[in-house]
Design a protein around this ligand. Sequence first.
Ligand code: ATP
Ligand code: ZN
Length: 731
Amino acid sequence: MAIIRVALDVPLDCLFDYVSEETSSTDIGLRVRVPFGKREAIGIILDVCAATQITADKLKPIHQLYREIPPLPHDLIELYRFCNRYYHHPIGQVVMNSLPALLRKTRSVTCKPDGVLLWKLTSIGQTVGIDTIPARSKTKRELLRLLQQNRQTTAAFLGEITPHTRKLLRELVASGWAEETVVSRGQQTTTVTTAPAATAEQAEAIAAMTAMANQFTPWLLQGVTGSGKTEVYLQVAATILAQQKQVLILVPEINLTPQLEAIFRQRFPASPLISLHSGVTDNERLQGWCQAQHQQTGIVLGTRLAIFTPFANLGLIVIDEEQDSSFKQQDGLRYSARDLAIYRAKQLDIPIILGSATPSLESYYHAINGHYKHLRLRTRAASQARLPAIRCIDLRIVKAQEGLTEPVLNALRETTAQNLQSLVFINRRGYAPVLLCKSCRWTATCTRCSSRLVFHLPARQLRCHYCGYQQSVPSACPQCGDQDILPFGHGTQRIESALINHLPDARIMRVDRDSIRRKHAWQAILTTIQQKKVDILVGTQLLAKGHDFPNLALVCIINPDASLYSADFRAEEQLFTQLMQVAGRAGRAETPGTVLIQTEFPHHPIYQALMRQDYDHYAQQMLKDRQAMNFPPFAYQAALRAEAPVIQDALAFLGKASAASQNRHSKQIQLFDPVPAPMMRLNGMERAQLLVQADSRKSLQHFLTDWQPHLVALPTGSKLRWHLDIDPISL
Ligand SMILES: Nc1ncnc2c1ncn2[C@@H]1O[C@H](COP(=O)(O)OP(=O)(O)OP(=O)(O)O)[C@@H](O)[C@H]1O
Ligand SMILES: [Zn+2]
């Protein structure tokens, strides 16, 4: 009889002990159904031991052990434990929330190898010389030769060679030379591409990485927009896949997966690929998860949650657009998928590539310090492609009408006339961000959030972009009764209608979260762009990230000034990155690109750096500022956040939390005063935060480990909620 220790989805940071007759230490990582209070719960066995502190009368037997899928691998369990320690998040919630939804239900699951059987050689089989097979066994020789040539082959294909294929394959299996694997359906791609000749810079990067393909090496691949980072990933992945290892590619946005998926499928038709992101069904996610664990898949492409995929034999991790904030989870377990990826790569002793045109300051700092190996791609890859020319339009001199200036309109007209595409970038969806009463200055605000309601034209609705609240537009000002209430400012819908007025003949398409809501809308949009059925795109950052539209020649950036003077010290970095990204969409193939920026501050260093396209200089300047102010990456932070129906309660809780830490106060730790969050009200709750800062990760962790039990012990009242956010990316 064994005591098993189970992780359950409860907010307590402990494992729960049960007895089980049928369990041994090899069952760590299996799912169990257990009684929990008056109900049943599902959990994962994290430990099996001989003794427990629970008294015999309280110790309960498990209800069921699920063996239909093999236990979670050890390295994944180690990753859970790391998350538990580092993010100070309850172990059971770490484990259970990283699992596919179907594994969190108290039901058995079936993982069917939903795919095609393929034959391949074992590593011994690959080294067998053809001439060791007697010359009279002509068909056997032929079979072996075919398998050596095509890494994975269907039995049907082999069956065309000889009617005795089945028998011969069995012989190969008996000698330990060949084996069957399962490949998910839909892998057989019709168009297969071959690698283009790498540019000199690409070749250098690929050579450096493949030379160190079998050990932990963090690479920062810093390549200007359009420099062909994807090609570098592909060629390094080829080496890893040829070693029969798996590749994990993380991208920031689900919308970036279809293009990349197609590229990888076409390049590696024999390597099964799965996509894991919020768009796949529960069952697809479960099957993908199982296939990765059984090495029925070679490539996993996914968004941040895919970092928790179990792998049989992972050989490479790629993080594309590594600076992107969506790699950080913003609720529950607030992990950074990028940081966890570094942990995993180290744990498995494999290389990791962080790719970006504008690395995060953290990664850039590691690279210039030599902690990461730094590779550069300084020129665009396609032979004719140059970086675009970037120019500012001074809004103090040139007036905008309906948000658009004459130079921008002219450039759009010219580009359209040349049959080329343009992108008008405005990072605000809806028609107008403010609805304003002209006589009493009333503005429409959300009752649940400290935000303004955004005016959406087609539906004539006011919507809160934070909590989703909606109402219809009032016919008169609710405060003074005046009927003169007007939309103020510009969103994508308003720019779209202005463009329709100014360029009636152009084909205009708006791309933002509202327009891609329908299923498959995104695919349709990509096809429309690729088939050149649109002249002008009006879009938010959805279109700015990572896309490769060869016919796009002009990018116009409308009013980016809004976040120039934000209170958050990261806002400037984020704006710079975003503008470099969006500017980088122009002129990626033969067509030279132009970028126009409408701004009231053309002399601001951010636009100056942008016009020079000098990331390094700007990054180094920002690093100097961070150092002077003692901000990350020169300091390590955690935020304690509390929310309650009234702000005083949240602040009071943080005050007590701060007091509870006093004895453990050291020189290395700085606790700031509790303050209301920049956006104080959200979803009917009022929020406050307390920033903890340390000079090293270690002292921060020490402090938090000490502090946490005191936090847990603080009385909160029923309505107050709090959490810790380690390495927060927005304050
Ligand atoms: N060696 C090469 N020869 C010719 N074309 C290439 C080569 N490598 C890449 N390309 C092409 O260059 C274009 C840009 O490549 P890619 O999309 O990988 O850029 P990127 O570095 O990811 O840029 P961004 O950071 O803007 O996303 C693509 O159309 C790609 O097909
Ligand atoms: Zn709201």
